[in-house]
Unconditional design. Structure first.
Length: 189
């Protein structure tokens, strides 16, 4: 019986066996790391591939612990690791592509947003800019972009078109922004 088979048998009997996990991890880590590098295909950095390999082992451990999987042998384990790695790698690559796509559609803001009516003096303008800056730091990039475009006077359909998202998504992002304004900055309703 190989060390992998021994670790699998011990983990099937007791998924909390730390020594069996150490044995499985030390034996299968080079294999999993090679899978992660191959699946990433240069799309992400080597450290991202290592993070992916670690995430695969975490997910494997959770599934084994909750008895969602029943590994019958080393070949079955290798196949399971390959499938997990492929799915997680594709998720990461898609996430990165979405991020790049969203960054390309961003509209740069060259000037501070207009100050609302009734705040004409320079002190009020400074307070307004500080507030917008503070709120922007609490928001995700896409939410910040929605806020900036809304403050510039764009309507929801225009924002949706410029960001290549649905108007409903813009509405949800505006609701999140309102929540940040209300709760994180202690601003009234």
């Amino acid at each position: 019986m190989t060390t992998i088979e021994e670790a699998i048998d011990r983990l099937n009997a007791d998924p909390a066996d730390e020594r069996a996990w150490e044995l499985l991890f030390s034996t299968m880590w080079p294999y999993e790391l090679a899978l992660a590098y191959r699946e990433m295909r240069g799309a992400l950095s080597p450290s991202d591939a290592e993070d992916l390999a670690q995430e695969v082992f975490v997910r494997l451990g959770r599934a084994w612990h909750s008895r969602q999987i029943d590994v019958t042998g080393s070949e079955h384990l290798r196949a399971l690791l390959a499938v997990l790695t492929r799915h997680l790698a594709l998720d990461r690559i898609r996430r990165q592509h979405r991020y790049k796509r969203d960054r390309r559609t961003e509209i740069p803001i060259t000037a501070a947003p207009d100050v609302p009516d009734g705040t004409a003096d320079s002190a009020s303008q400074a307070v307004w800019r500080d507030l917008v800056t503070k709120v922007s730091k609490l928001l995700a990039d896409d939410e910040r972009l929605v806020l900036e475009m809304r403050l510039q006077g764009y309507e929801i359909p225009e924002i949706a078109q410029r960001m290549a998202i649905s108007a409903r998504t813009v509405d949800r992002k505006l609701a999140r922004i309102k929540g940040v304004l209300k709760y994180d900055l202690d601003i009234g309703p």
